[in-house]
Design a protein around this ligand. Sequence first.
Ligand code: CA
Length: 455
Amino acid sequence: MLVLLLLCTFGLLLRGDAQDRAALWRGNDQSGRCQYTFSVPSPTEASCPQTGGPEVEGLKARLSLLEVLVSRLTGGDTGGPQGATVRDQTELHQSLNRVTGEKNLLQGEKERLEQELEGLQRRMEEMRRETERLRNRPCPLQTPAVPPSPPLQDSGLTRPAGDSAWQTGPQGFQELKAEVTEVPAPDGSEENTGCGDVVSVGEPVTHRKADTIAGKYGVWMQDPEPVSPYGPNMIWRIDTIGSDVRQLYGYEDMEQLTKGFPSKVLLLPELVESTGSTLYRGSLYYQRRRSRSLIRFDLASESIAARRELPHAGFHGQFPYSWGGYTDIDLSVDEQGLWAVYSSSKAKGAIVISQLDPNSLEVKRSWETSIRKNSVANSFIICGKLYTVASYTSPDTTINYIYDTRTSQGKSVAIPFKNKYRYNSMIDYNLAQRKLFAWDNFHMVSYDLRLGRQE
Ligand code: CA
């Protein structure tokens, strides 16, 4: 009897295989015992829909996999633990990328600071030797006044008339004395209109804080004579930390900058060095990294319109401002056009001012001042006058010197100036708004200016 039953079962299995429709399920029942289910649809039942079985289970598994994939692609919430795991992994990956990027930037910054330390040590040694030399030198005899020398002819350099530092040789830098030249009283009719001397600088107004470590230093600018397609309210910004500085962000206006929504991001073809860039007549002017090359980048065509070396200019840490940061060449724009502030071996570290042709970048005329560039924090030019700021860290510092290119004369002053965030890496005159723009320790700040009547 048992043999007959086995034969029947085997026969049924064979028949099922032949029809390719038989199915055998194995599973556990609620009491944990094995349960086998064997079914063979009859020819009339073949059209009946199946409500379960391995095919449906397989389909269900594939469907939930697809749901997870779609959710990942659309960034949506799957609501399930599998979706949460995928999201967690994605976030972890992004965090890792961000941390790695910041680590690279900090590494670059560390290298820069080490180089700067070396430079400072070198300068200290030079100064020590110079002090030694001066100590050993006999006192000079009283000599009659030296008659004024004729103007310098080569490369249009103008000797500052009446600047006694020139008569004691190029190394006799003028000390910034405590005595202060009186600034003329402001004339109400000329305040904030036309040209004048800076009488006072307002409190810094904060507009935006940079989002990442790349924005610890930077430069932000506005074109006083914008060219289509960019409007007059457009604000531009470059974060300058790192060795691959080439992104120029454009914002429709100050409000968009404050909100952090750029409307344009341009990728510059050559790397940018430090915080000395400026904008003028639809072009960005900047110093190419590790060179004395100046570049005029046309914003409309997004291409280089001119490129020229600034003759003899120091670069990459030779003659920076006191905070370093490769601020060797500082470009700016005022009522009289495009300027470069820098130094050279020939000027032995003293600030040289050159007026540049905005189209060709050629030097039109130069002035050599008697202020050592690395003794001041930064400078800006208004109405052809250079102003230097004494400290980049002190919360209460001063504008300590003015040099007038019209008269080729300099004088010490003491106009209060605030470094609210105690690390000011860029200060420039914004002709469009007649304000100072500065970048102070991640913060984009502006200062109102009060201009007085010219002497
Ligand atoms: Ca500047």
